[in-house]
Write a protein of this length. Sequence first.
Length: 145
Amino acid sequence: MFIYGKTAANAIAVMSYLAADPARRAGSGEIARARGISKALTAKLLTQLASAGLVTGQPGPGGGYTLAKSARTICLLDIVSLFEQTAPTSVCPFGHNWCGKEDPCPLHDTITAMIADNLRFMEKTNLAVFQNEVRLSTKRRRAHA
């Protein structure tokens, strides 16, 4: 169970594209096509990611975007926290009238554990996991040729 929305998911998609080949600059149009995201949204996400210091951009011919730091130093939580509230406000599906009054609801402990596991996953998973993506897709294309 992943606890983040579509904007954060799209930001991860953008960052994963850049992480797959960190030495290469990629334009917003290229990233948008590769990830199936609109060019306008991709440009907006890149602007926000640049403001946060996660990507750097160079305009004009030969320009494009790259990661601002090593893929190993950028975790999923760094990205998600730009677009989502990462601290849950209420985990009980029954609302405040059940949990918080007396005993927690029957789902409380399970939901709390899932949220904690998800946060740990996002903290421990860095963008380096995407660096093999280019090599793998190239191998697949060669195998099918």
